[in-house]
Design a protein around this ligand. Structure first.
Ligand code: GVX
Length: 212
């Protein structure tokens, strides 16, 4: 039975929350690495087959899925990571959509405004992080996960984008005790800790713009 296959570029990017979920859940997967020049030059013909012409792609046997957030939600549904009831599921989706909003802001900075916009971005970042600190504060005083008693697919997405911001500025969470403790708690989970130390994780830059 073929297992899970994740097709993406040799970067963390939009595939990293998926990798964190799989690693933390003890689920093995195959990395199908696409070289960026081959993708854009057409040497790798898969761009024409991709539903939206982009990656990541996720394969579960013969089942093929694109869109990183859809892949996260699919794995959440399959592996019990979508909350305890409809209300929690709705809030998990809401938080994941909020993470997507922040990821798009982060991507715009990295790919289009880095030289001129970093200071302004960091100055305005608290207005975004305030939302997530408050979300954590409303669930068990921030001592657990974004929603409910169990980890959900949105937690892996939030962890990744927070780590991206810690890479951008190591002090970006210093005014956020709940977010700081949340990241520390999640990265200390044995399987996430093991993955974060792995060559597979550390050979990949966050984006093609980051130099290893
Ligand atoms: N909504 C989609 C967005 C997918 C996406 O943007 N994929 C990018 C990669 S994700 C990312 S971090 N993009 C920005 C930087 C980048 C560009 C090219 C390759 C790798 C990274 C991609 O496939 N670019 C190549 C292309 O469009 O032909 C999703 O969430 O999966």
């Amino acid at each position: 039975m073929p297992g899970y296959v994740l097709t993406y570029f040799p970067v963390r990017g939009r595939a990293e929350p998926i990798r964190l979920l799989l690693a933390d859940q003890g689920i093995s997967w195959k990395e199908d690495e696409v070289q960026i020049p081959d993708w854009f030059s057409g040497k790798d013909a898969r761009k024409k087959e991709a539903v939206f012409g982009q990656l990541p792609q996720f394969q579960d046997g013969d089942y093929v899925l694109y869109q990183s957030n859809s892949i996260l939600r699919y794995l959440g549904n399959k592996h019990g990571l979508t909350g305890a009831n409809d209300e929690e599921r709705g809030h998990i989706d809401m938080v994941n959509d909020g993470v997507e909003d922040l990821r798009q802001k982060y991507g715009r900075l990295i790919f289009f405004e880095y030289e001129t916009g970093k200071d302004k971005y960091l100055k305005e970042l608290p207005s975004q992080l305030d939302f997530f600190e408050r979300i954590l504060s409303k669930n068990a005083n921030g001592s657990k996960f974004v929603v409910g008693q169990k980890i959900s697919f949105a937690d892996y997405n939030l962890l990744d984008i927070l780590q991206c911001h810690l890479d951008l500025c190591s002090k970006s969470l210093s005014a956020y005790p709940l977010l700081t403790a949340y990241v520390e708690r999640l990265v200390a989970r044995p399987k996430i800790s093991e993955y974060l130390k792995s060559d597979a994780r550390n050979k990949r830059p966050i984006t093609p713009k980051h130099k290893k």
